[in-house]
Ligand binder design. Structure first.
Ligand code: B12
Ligand code: SF4
Ligand code: SF4
Length: 308
C-alpha cells in the first residue's frame, strides 16, 4: 500500500525528519552484546538483564512486525548564562514536561493517521536499539560520541518510532555513511573520559548516567569534581560537535524549573532542597524529567560539583 504521511501533521507534531524500514534485526546487536560483556553498561541493569535478548529483533517485542516509521523530534540547544548551573537541553524542552509523555501522544496521533491495524510505539522504554533502528531507516550515522547524527539536524533530537503490522510502498532511504572523519572533539572534551574508541560510551563514567540514573548518594565518576555546572544530564559531547554548530543556541526558557535552578548558587539550591521533603520535591517536579532523580539524587549531584 502506498501511504503518504500528511506533511502538515508531521510538522505540527514537531517531526523534522522521518524514515521507513522493513528491517527487523539490529545491525549492531553483536556490538551491543560485546559492550555488555566488556562491562560498559555499569549499573544500568535494564540494558544487561534478560531484555538484552529482545534487542536483536523488533519481532521479539511486536511479533506482527512488518515495517517501522522512525521519526526525529528536534529540541533546542539552550545556552545558559555565565555562572548558571546546567540542565540538559532536552529536559528544559517541551514546556519542561517529560518528553516521554509528550512524544508518546504525538506518535499515537501520527500512527492513527497511518494505519487502522495494530501498531506499537517505541520510545526509550521498550528493549529496542533505537539509534540502530533510526540508522536502518537512513536517518543518520553513529558519531564517535555514540549519538545518532543527521547531516541536516545534527544530534539534538529524540527518536520515536511506530512499529507496524503491514508494509507500505514507501521510499527507503540509503544507510548513512560516517561523516565524523578525523574529528575527535567529543572525545577530547568529555570531562570524565567516558567515550570509548569504538563509538560507545563507558556508561559508568558518563555524567549523564551519574546525574540522571543514580538516585542515591554514590561516588561520582572520576573527574566529575572538575565539572562546575552539569547537574542533570550532559550535552558537552553534543555542544562541541561540529555537526551541531549550525543549530543556533537559544536563550533558555523561563519556567518553574529554570526559576528554581538558575541564577542561584548550588549552595543556595542545596539549602532549599534540604528544607523540603522528598514528597514536596516530587510534587514540584511531577511530570518533568527532573522527577527521576528525586530530591536525594539531585542533592547528590549538587554536592559533587566543583566548589566555586
Ligand atoms: C541507556 C541510555 C542512555 C545511557 C547510556 C548511553 C549509551 N550511549 O549507551 C546514558 C544515561 C549515559 C544516556 C545518555 C544520553 N542519552 Co540516552 N538512551 C539510552 C537508551 C535508553 C538505550 C541506549 C542503549 O541501548 N545503549 C547501548 C549501547 C551499546 O548502544 P549505543 O551507545 O547506541 O551504541 C551503539 C553504537 O555504538 C553502534 N555503532 C557504533 N559504530 C557503529 C557502526 C555501524 C556500522 C553500526 C551499524 C552501528 C555502530 O552500535 C551500538 C549498539 O547499537 C536510549 C533509548 C533506546 N531505547 O535506544 C536513549 C538514547 C540513546 N538517549 C538519548 C539521549 C538524547 C541522551 C543524552 C543526550 C541525554 C543527555 N543530554 O544527558 C545523553 C547522551 C550521551 C551519549 N553521548 O550517548 C537519545 C539519543 C538520540 C540521538 N540523537 O542519538 C536516545 C535514542 C533516546 C531517544 N528515544 O531519543 N542514555
Ligand atoms: S554526555 Fe558528557 S560525560 Fe557523557 S560522554 Fe558526553 S561529554 Fe562525556
Ligand atoms: S565531535 Fe567530531 S568525532 Fe565527535 S561525533 Fe561530532 S563529528 Fe564525530
Amino acid at each position: 500500500m502506498t501511504k503518504l504521511i500528511d506533511q502538515n501533521l508531521l510538522k505540527l507534531q514537531g517531526v523534522v525528519d522521518y524514515g521507513y524500514t522493513e528491517a527487523d534485526k539490529a545491525l549492531s546487536y553483536q556490538k551491543y552484546l560485546d559492550w555488555i560483556n566488556e562491562s560498559k553498561a555499569g549499573k544500568l541493569s535494564y540494558l544487561t538483564d534478560e531484555r538484552s535478548l529482545k534487542r536483536e529483533s523488533l519481532k521479539s517485542i511486536f511479533p506482527e512486525f512488518k515495517s517501522a516509521y522512525v521519526f526525529l523530534f528536534n529540541y533546542p540547544k539552550f545556552k545558559t548564562e555565565q555562572g548558571d548551573l546546567k540542565i540538559a537541553s532536552y529536559a528544559l524542552s517541551f514546556g519542561a514536561k517529560d518528553y516521554h509523555y509528550v512524544l508518546k501522544d504525538r506518535l499515537n496521533i501520527i500512527a492513527k493517521s497511518i494505519t487502522h491495524k495494530e501498531y506499537k510505539i517505541s520510545l526509550d522504554i521498550e528493549p529496542v536499539l533505537e539509534r540502530d533502528l533510526a540508522h536502518r531507516a537512513g536517518l543518520g550515522w553513529f558519531g564517535k560520541n555514540s549519538m545518532l547524527i543527521n547531516k541536516t539536524h545534527g544530534s539534538y533530537f529524540l527518536i520515536g518510532s511506530i512499529l507496524l503490522s503491514e508494509t507500505f510502498n514507501q521510499p527507503i532511504k540509503k544507510i548513512e555513511t560516517d561523516h565524523c572523519g578525523s574529528c575527535t572533539k567529543c572525545i577530547d572534551f568529555c570531562p570524565t573520559n567516558a567515550i570509548s574508541s569504538d563509538r560507545t560510551l563507558i556508561a559508568q563514567k558518563c555524567i549523564s548516567t551519574y546525574t540522571i540514573e543514580e538516585f542515591k548518594d554514590v561516588e561520582p565518576p572520576k573527574s566529575y569534581e572538575s565539572v562546575k555546572e552539569e547537574i542533570f544530564g550532559c550535552d558537552i559531547c553534543q555542544e562541541v560537535c561540529p555537526w551541531n554548530h549550525k543549530i543556533p543556541a537559544e536563550q533558555s526558557p523561563e519556567n518553574f524549573v529554570t526559576d528554581f535552578f538558575f541564577n542561584k548558587s548550588a549552595q543556595k539550591i542545596l539549602l532549599q532542597l534540604e528544607q523540603m521533603s522528598n514528597r514536596e520535591y516530587k510534587r514540584i517536579f511531577y511530570g518533568t524529567a527532573l522527577a527521576r532523580t528525586g530530591r536525594v539524587g539531585m542533592m547528590k549531584n549538587l554536592k559533587a560539583l566543583k566548589k566555586p
